[in-house]
Design a protein. Structure first.
Length: 136
């Protein structure tokens, strides 16, 4: 027996040992015998259920949760914006987030604009480091 045949036989044995139970298809309601984690009676029902999920609207507009943010004023720092818009005192975690956002803002200011692509940002930082090391 070749190694491939041995592996195929082991997979068949393992598959035959899987517990099979009576289930009801979540899409069509048909009763079937399947492994314990099976949800659908066939591939057709499984694929139709996936299409149903994709076709369903993201959320019910009547019950959707909307966030309304006040705009940041021109020249207003991130810290001042948070203090002005929060309904509570800033926590230690808020302070950490503000510090991280200020570091990001400093990088954007140094680069001259916001970088949409992180790989582009990393490439630019590598170029800067290479130029710095070349001058040493």
């Amino acid at each position: 027996m070749s190694e491939e045949e041995i592996l195929r036989e082991a997979a068949r044995i393992q598959s035959s040992r899987r517990k099979r139970v009576a289930k009801t298809c979540q899409r069509c309601g048909k009763d079937f015998i399947g492994v314990t984690q099976a949800k659908y009676c066939s591939d057709a029902c499984r694929m139709a259920a996936a299409r149903d999920v994709r076709a369903r609207p993201a959320s019910d507009p009547e019950h959707a949760y909307h966030i309304h943010l006040k705009p940041q004023l021109p020249g207003e720092s991130i810290r001042d914006y948070w203090v002005r818009t929060f309904d509570r005192p800033l926590t230690e975690e808020d302070e950490e987030v503000i510090a991280a956002m200020e570091r990001i803002q400093a990088i954007w200011d140094r680069i001259g604009h916001a970088v949409d692509d992180s790989t582009e940002m990393i490439r630019r930082m590598r170029e800067e480091r290479t130029d710095y090391l070349a001058k040493l």
